[in-house]
Design a protein around this ligand. Structure first.
Ligand code: DC
Length: 234
């Protein structure tokens, strides 16, 4: 019997390895992987490039009529084969991971009309199922009927160290304390915003991966996927 194609939602705090596990699972089972955070990061970059952010305040009056001008898509990079984020036809994969963008992404992703536009685009991408999407509100708002939902967490220090290692591997030097502060600030804004705050869906499975290797985590996730498929088949 063919395996049913399902929707897999992976939510959780920033830098807890969601995208690493989501990507590995998608590759393993031949599903599409979408990094929804990259979309909010791309909108943030657009705002910065257009001078729409002052401190932590976004000029929403100026941004609203420009929303139709923001085209985000994912394409494989010709050299590495890895998926890159494109903003209006420009490869912004590197730029959207910078501290400049990380520092402003929470206020931008708290804007209701930005969320409405991103959620609609994400739902369209998932229309045919066979998708793994990671983010903050995937199991609660984007795909509330996803067959498999995971909520990932890890301590703030573990997450900061992972982000520092990731940036250093790319040759970007950052201060550990600055990264911890950025993570704590984003956690706070993400959990307390009015629109789709970060929270575990009631039917999501909780995973604390503070003390887990990447291999153990990948295996854990594949097991949850197989379990879900079995339940659907019988
Ligand atoms: O996963 P990330 O750290 O790249 O996400 C960047 C920011 O985007 C994060 O601070 C919260 C926001 N975000 C969101 O509000 N909803 C999502 N589905 C994904 C990300």
């Amino acid at each position: 019997m063919d395996k049913p194609r399902i929707t897999i939602a992976i939510d959780g705090f920033s830098s807890c390895g969601k995208s690493t596990m989501a990507k590995a699972l998608a590759r393993h089972i031949g599903y599409i992987y979408i990094d929804s955070g990259a979309m909010y990061r791309a909108v943030t970059l657009y705002c910065l490039d257009h001078g729409l952010i002052d401190g932590d305040t976004v000029n929403t009056t100026a941004l609203l009529p420009l929303m139709n001008d923001i085209q985000i898509d994912f394409r494989p990079d010709a050299r590495s084969g890895k998926t890159h984020t494109f903003l209006n036809g420009r490869d912004v994969e590197q730029e959207i991971r910078s501290m400049r963008v990380s520092d402003k992404v929470s206020p931008v992703s708290a804007i209701p009309f930005v969320r409405t536009a991103m959620v609609a685009a994400q739902q369209k991408m998932g229309e045919r199922k066979g998708i793994v999407m990671d983010g903050r509100d995937i199991g609660t708002t984007v795909f509330p009927h996803a067959e498999l939902k995971i909520f990932v967490t890890a301590s703030a220090e573990t997450r900061a160290q992972r982000r520092v290692d990731e940036l250093r591997a790319k040759g970007v030097e950052v201060d550990f304390d600055e990264v911890v502060a950025n993570i704590n600030k984003r956690d706070h804004i993400d959990q307390t915003r009015k629109e789709s705050p970060l929270r575990k869906a009631d039917d999501a499975i909780l995973l604390d991966n503070s003390h887990m290797t990447i291999e153990a985590q990948d295996k854990w996730l594949i097991d949850r996927y197989e379990e879900t498929i079995k339940k659907l088949q019988y």
